[in-house]
Design a protein around this ligand. Structure first.
Ligand SMILES: [Mg+2]
Length: 306
């Protein structure tokens, strides 16, 4: 759930953007009326719109989301043998690879983000919508402690295919350190491979010779590359794959232009419409703006025509 590209101090504000929206997003008047509930004793449904309602519902209920992930992980599994066989196949960008001359002899590994890449936290977000609450670290920690997050569709089968081929699954996550034990237990309980704690590179991982900046994952990718040939990376944020120096739409587009060919072979991006660094890129990452100002910037960013 942690925003991958933001300083930790901005995380709560980042998730605050997923909170109930004003009435202007209410259902259009030309839709069919809802079934009457009079006489049932049921409380009337909340009418406040929520910026995250459709996104969370799509993740939880649509066959389209499930089919997308199943397709992605099956395709990734189909690439495993070729990736293992090609000694120069590397999913780290050259700037993040310290041992370009020797990495090809290292054992293969894949790097996986956890939240919305391996584990599905949509029940937590659904809880926030149902309760009219906003993200905060206390409720998030309570959710993690429940260890109820399910694997996203297809990931367990992919991880099994990888481990059967001798590929180590590494996890790079920005969950807070005090959540490590619950996170590892959740992964194991749901059938994800965790051969030992060395495969988990969480916040606070010390990487000699690499200066850590906030929750940026650069140093942890770098240290993974010292022990492994990283044949694939999986994430739901571009910062899961490569350092994002400036979180602007233009810079992000530039990364896609530079590494677009890697997607579907070395990099595998999972859809996450519910939160992510794409959102603050539309309002200059200025989380200190009032919510309505941020929403106005996002509406201004809508492309009505090209
Ligand atoms: Mg994630």
């Amino acid at each position: 759930m942690r925003r991958q590209l933001l300083p930790l101090s901005l995380l709560a504000l980042a998730l605050a953007a997923c909170t109930p929206a004003p009435d202007r997003d209410a259902a259009p008047t030309d839709t069919a009326p809802a079934p009457a509930t009079a006489g049932t004793g049921a409380a009337p449904a909340p009418t406040d719109a929520d910026d995250n309602l459709n996104a969370v519902l799509w993740v939880q209920r649509s066959v389209e989301y499930k089919a997308t992930l199943l397709s992605l992980f099956r395709a990734a599994a189909d690439h495993l043998d070729a990736a293992i066989a090609e000694p120069n196949w590397d999913a780290l960008v050259p700037d993040e690879r310290d041992n370009a001359d020797t990495f090809s002899s290292l054992p293969p590994a894949v790097i996986m983000d956890i939240d919305e890449t391996v584990l599905d936290n949509s029940p937590y977000q659904a809880r926030l919508i149902a309760d009219g609450e906003e993200y905060d670290e206390v409720s998030w920690a309570e959710w993690v402690a429940e260890r109820k997050a399910e694997p996203v569709p297809g990931v367990v089968d992919f991880a099994r295919a990888a481990t059967e081929r001798g590929v180590t699954v590494l996890y790079i996550s920005n969950r807070a350190q005090h959540l490590n034990e619950a996170t590892l237990a959740n992964l194991r309980d749901k059938g994800l491979p965790v051969k030992d704690e060395s495969v988990f590179l969480g916040l606070g991982t010390h990487v000699p010779g690499c200066e850590q900046h906030g929750s940026e994952k650069l140093c942890r990718r770098r240290v993974a590359g010292r022990d492994y040939r990283v044949i694939m990376q999986f994430g739901d944020q571009i910062g899961d794959f490569v350092q994002v120096v400036a979180n602007t739409a233009e810079a992000r587009d530039g990364l896609l232009e530079a590494y677009g060919d890697w997607f579907g072979e070395r990099w595998w991006m999972l859809p996450n419409p519910t939160y992510g660094s794409w959102e603050p890129a539309e309002f200059n990452n200025a989380w200190d703006q009032p919510r309505e100002q941020r929403r106005a910037a996002k509406r201004d960013a809508l492309q009505l025509a090209r």
